[in-house]
Design a binder for this molecule. Structure first.
Ligand code: BTN
Length: 258
């Protein structure tokens, strides 16, 4: 069924994010549409929602696959200061986790840096893309994909599903509009108070799934292996290698070692 964004726009007219929501039936990726809008200088907090993405993308050049009519795929255009950019991915993961907890009673974990998961299964992916000019941020785009009503698909090598959805977790269909509005509202609140970082960062750290575990992190050609010791104030992952040294990683794809 068509997503009804008019009421959300009306309800969020005083918020920074969601005052303007453009709904598309089909796009390549909401990131592409949001980028065009940002290049034209649209209102900060404008949202692009699409029913279907032909080439939805994730981190590390991966595809993002969602079910039209069942899930949510959207991007948000922001014009943050340079200092705020590095906080966006973490803030967004915390916002989605808060909504899943407060509205649906779920207990999400976060796989560093920003995969939101329920019992180890991914329920939301977040992609932040930025454009800089002369050391200033021209714009930042936050792309969010949330599995709402899809049946868990994507089986791994053991034949187990690596993803889940809100519907699957709570046992009934969920209104996509309800989730979209709650996420935009909470993100508006968190984005407007990004200077007060303590609570968001604390929530992020508490939800971190793999601290104390043996992990492998891949980043380009680089691979680091060791115990996930913690995260620092910039959101870097601290990994203690076998030789006892600690390496700080700013990005990467984490896998768990048994
Ligand atoms: C990831 O987990 O690797 C990030 C996935 C991000 C998916 C969202 S869906 C909306 C927006 N448009 C895209 O093409 N990607 C993001």
């Amino acid at each position: 069924m068509r997503l009804n964004v008019n009421d959300i726009e009306e309800n969020l007219k005083a918020a920074v994010i969601g005052r303007q929501i453009d709904y598309y039936q089909q796009v390549t990726s909401t990131m592409d549409v949001a980028r065009e809008k940002a290049e034209r200088g649209v209102l900060e907090g404008s949202v692009v929602v699409a029913e279907e993405q032909i080439s939805g993308r994730g981190r590390f050049g991966r595809k993002w696959v969602s079910t039209p009519g069942e899930d949510l795929t959207f991007s948000i255009v922001l014009y943050p200061g340079v200092w705020a950019v590095s906080r966006l991915t973490i803030a967004t993961a915390v916002v989605v986790a808060r909504v899943l907890n407060r509205s649906y009673g779920l207990l999400p974990g976060i796989k560093w840096p920003n995969d939101v998961r329920i019992n180890g299964k991914k329920i939301c992916g977040i992609l932040v893309e930025t454009a800089f000019e002369n050391d200033q941020v021209r714009y930042a785009l936050i792309g969010i994909g949330i599995n709402i009503n899809q049946s868990p698909g994507h089986l791994n090598e053991e034949g187990l599903s690596e993803t889940t959805s809100i519907c699957h977790e709570v046992g009934h269909k969920v209104e996509r509009e309800e989730v979209l509005q709650a996420v935009l509202l909470e993100l508006s609140y968190v984005y407007s108070s990004l200077e007060e970082w303590g609570t968001v960062w604390g929530d992020w750290q508490k939800a971190m799934e793999h601290l104390g575990e043996n992990i492998k992190v891949r980043w380009g050609d680089r691979v680091e292996e060791g115990i996930a010791e913690g995260v620092d104030n910039d959101g870097n992952l601290l990994v203690r290698r076998k030789d006892g040294s600690v390496v700080s990683l700013a990005a990467g794809d984490v896998t768990f070692q048994v």
